[in-house]
Write a protein that binds this ligand. Structure first.
Ligand code: AMP
Length: 588
């Protein structure tokens, strides 16, 4: 397949922000793509080379890309730098540079998509001293044969800055339409994706064998499962209304979710975002097998930092110390953890996803002999508000964030947020000032002490139905100097030239970001707003909802994907609840 077909599609996609049009462009591309290469095309669309859990990272350094461009075009680096400065995007600049190239290539070959993929794969795999030279050689070999438009997208992909502004759901819609003729079948694709976390493999199967091919997707050790997520509730009464009768209440620990795959003495750990995080937790590999009575299992647990002396739980933030490549043994000793198991998804060759939770929990208890390091999460069975209230009180005293409330009869719904798992946090109960997890979508430059940094951030909630990020407030308080530096470090790599099509906002910040970073915010009130777009038209036509006096709590939620941020529906619920509370107060 010619790479120009892909470059053309990407070009068309960058010219629109409408989800339907984006889907249609993908459908046209997929219809031209042979099954041998569809998986690779899907990874490239997702901005990767392989599924996340394989940890193969794109990310050619800008300097190398500029050197390669200069080598292939014969145009001096200085000129490239000035075109880049004017254009603001190296891909765009590369297209212009290649138009003026002085070097001619004899016998230039058509570039195939296969060749681009294989070359990028080799680049991503290169390590060691001579790797820089080799990377440059590989990139310029592609650029030598590339048209200006191809050069643009080769560099954007290689540098990890493609950013087509589409979510996995849109890719699945397009695959369903292309291979089954109907978007309705997206759910079947989603089910296969949920147990494999590999959209390329799903695409290849459906393109070769149609819908029935998807039946071959099963839970497998070392293929991470997309995690089940919890809906938030505001009160014990709401939980009872949703779960009814008898259900499980568990401590909600404030740590990192870890999906543990173990078979034949090999153990691999995946994060909530399904990245391989095994290297951060050598202590889990060492200690967990000692408490397990099986060697063939997939478990879920919360790894929680603890105080070395007292053994008390410490907040999630402490685990960030473990996010490093070197010296991990010393860090493991300095920042100890406990592992708190809460689910078993597969055991001794058997998929347990469809078993009711009470059975899964029973099996978890059967296969674990707890010790100081690894425990099963504390659970009680509850029926009444006061029982939940008491248990919540105990949980908070033990250093938990709140409670998880779970239906005893529900299966494990991979990749889904629903009413079978509910989260109840302490602060949701009485106060108006709730905490929300919001996505950073833009920033305004700072003044005074904050010059050269992002002084104020523009934040958004997530709209699941429309797969969009809708602005909800600007926040400039609660930042320490260290936070300001941290934000600048993290966010400067996420700056985009134009607003990502999934962002909706009536505001124009100084810079737009790729919607990726999630931070925790408290606020005094939720009000109607003419500019912000969260829950627009839901409460009053023409108005959205906004946070009043928002403040950063100090928590950067690295473990959360943007789609895990607080939703417009949650904001609406909080708004209505707050009205009720105020009415009750004024009625009294
Ligand atoms: P949230 O991140 O606020 O949506 O809450 C869900 C998260 O709580 C999960 O992803 C887990 O990391 C964490 N968690 C803590 N304790 C439990 C538990 N007992 N059961 C399930 N998840 C838990």
């Amino acid at each position: 397949m010619r790479f120009s077909e892909i470059a053309d599609t990407f070009e068309k996609m960058s010219a629109t922000t409408k989800r339907l049009e984006l889907t249609q462009h993908l459908v046209e591309l997929f219809q031209k793509t042979p099954p041998e290469i569809i998986s690779k095309i899907v990874y490239l669309i997702q901005g990767k080379l392989r599924p996340d859990f394989e940890g193969i990272e794109l990310g050619l350094a800008e300097k190398l890309a500029i050197h390669a461009l200069s080598k292939s075009s014969g145009i001096p680096i200085k000129k490239i730098n000035s075109t880049y400065a004017e254009d603001g995007d190296l891909g765009g600049a590369a297209a212009k540079i290649m138009e003026q190239k002085t070097q001619t290539t004899f016998l230039a070959q058509d570039i195939t998509a296969e060749r681009v993929y294989e070359t990028l794969y080799k680049i991503a795999k290169l390590e060691g001293q001579r790797s820089q030279d080799m990377k440059m050689k590989y990139v310029s070999s592609l650029l030598n044969d590339a048209t200006p438009q191809e050069a643009k997208f080769i560099l954007k992909i290689a540098m990890g800055t493609l950013r087509l502004g589409i979510a996995d759901n849109t890719v699945m819609d397009a695959l369903a339409i292309s291979y089954t003729g109907s978007k309705e079948n997206r759910q079947r694709l989603e089910a296969a994706y949920n147990v494999s976390s590999d959209l390329g493999a799903v695409a290849e199967t459906i393109s070769r064998n149609g819908l029935k091919g998807l039946d071959e997707f099963h839970v497998k050790v070392f293929s991470p499962i997309r995690p089940m997520l919890a809906e938030r509730v505001k009160s014990e009464a709401e939980a009872i209304e949703k779960l009814g009768g008898e259900f499980a209440a568990e401590y909600k620990l404030d740590g990192e979710r870890v999906q543990i795959h173990y078979k034949d003495n090999r153990m691999v750990l995946y994060s909530r975002r399904l990245e391989n995080i095994t290297s951060y937790y050598p202590d889990i590999l060492e200690n967990l097998p000692k408490v397990l009575k099986t060697t063939d299992v997939i478990l879920e647990a919360e790894a929680v930092a603890i105080n070395q002396d007292s053994g008390e739980f410490l907040p999630f933030q402490e685990l960030m110390h473990r996010r490093r490549k070197y010296d991990i043994d010393r860090i493991v000793e300095k920042y100890p953890i406990t592992v708190n198991l809460f689910d078993v998804l597969y055991l001794n060759g058997k998929d347990l996803l469809n078993e009711p939770y009470k059975i899964r929990r029973k099996k978890l208890e059967e296969i674990t002999s707890e010790n100081e390091y690894a425990k099963i999460v504390t659970q009680v069975i509850v029926h009444a508000e006061n029982e939940i209230e008491d248990f919540l009180e105990n949980g908070i005293n033990a250093g938990c964030e709140g409670l998880m409330l779970k239906s005893l009869d529900a299966p494990y719904r991979a990749g889904a947020r629903g009413n079978n798992w509910l989260k109840l946090k302490r602060e949701y109960r009485n106060e108006l000032g709730d905490s929300l997890d919001l996505v950073v979508i833009g920033a305004f430059f700072g003044k005074g002490r904050r010059t050269g940094k992002y002084g104020t951030l523009l934040l958004a909630s997530y709209n699941q139905d429309r797969d969009a990020f809708e602005s909800i407030c600007k926040v400039g308080t609660g930042f320490t100097d260290e936070n300001l530096d941290q934000f600048y470090q993290i966010l400067q790599d996420k700056v985009t030239l134009k607003k990502n099509p999934r962002i909706e906002s009536g505001m124009e910040p100084d810079v737009w970001f790729e919607p990726e970073l999630v931070i925790e915010i408290v606020a005094s009130e939720i009000t109607l707003s003419p500019v912000h777009t969260t829950a627009k038209d839901s409460i009053r036509t023409g108005s959205g909802l906004a946070l009043r006096f928002p403040k950063f709590t100090g928590k950067i939620r690295m473990e959360k994907a943007p789609e895990d941020a607080s939703t417009d529906q949650e904001v609406i619920a909080l708004y209505k609840n707050q009205k009720k509370v105020t009415q009750n107060v004024s009625d009294a």
